[in-house]
Design a protein around this ligand. Sequence first.
Ligand code: TYD
Length: 223
Amino acid sequence: MKKSIIISFEGIDGCGKTTIVKKFYKYLKKKKLDAIVLHEPGSTHVGEKIRRILLNKNISINKYCELFLYLASRIQLIEEKIKKYFDKNKIIILDRYIDSTFAYQGYGRKIPLKFIEKIHKKLISPKFIPDITFLIDEKPENLIKILKNKKADRIEKESIEFQKRVRKGYLKLATKNKRIKIIRREDEETTFKKVLKEWETFLNENRGNKKIFSKIKGKKQNI
Ligand code: TYD
């Protein structure tokens, strides 16, 4: 029986995903729900070390090495944190997760999707696939200014063509997976409202879904 809800936030670099994650977390807390935010790559001791390698703009990394480093961080996160919070019925919010690998390493780096899918299937139990994913969508051209004002990391330094492939990839993933909700980026408040609207729809659609709700004890009405 599923014990927890897993929610992930995705989008290309500079789309403002992390700000929306923080707002969403605060929103759930206000509703007195037991939620936790984790980010990828990272959120564990080992994962943070891997993150430093992955985002170091002064080193070059082979694309398969990159893929396995993201996966290594993910497996550690699942083993060390997600499993534990899942069993404690927490709502797990992930700032990037599985879809990032399909979008960046699959569509961005052109590693065959089938290969990425195969290793995920081998290593990750279906119960750790997100229940709902918010894809904050924006054209990379509109985010150049934001990225220019930031100290760009190794991935953010990639070409606009790379970011375009990643965005297209995300949109393709959304057509293939019903759980991925496309949220067109607007100003912060409007974007957040759209996330809440999709969240409420998700909750209404799953009211009778014991798998999702049985373990959020007594909180059904408050969500
Ligand atoms: P981060 O600073 O967390 O980016 P953001 O604030 O935009 O979420 O850096 C994570 C970077 O790693 C980001 O550029 C996307 C990339 N990434 C992958 O390429 N594959 C993955 O599987 C994950 C999780 C992230």
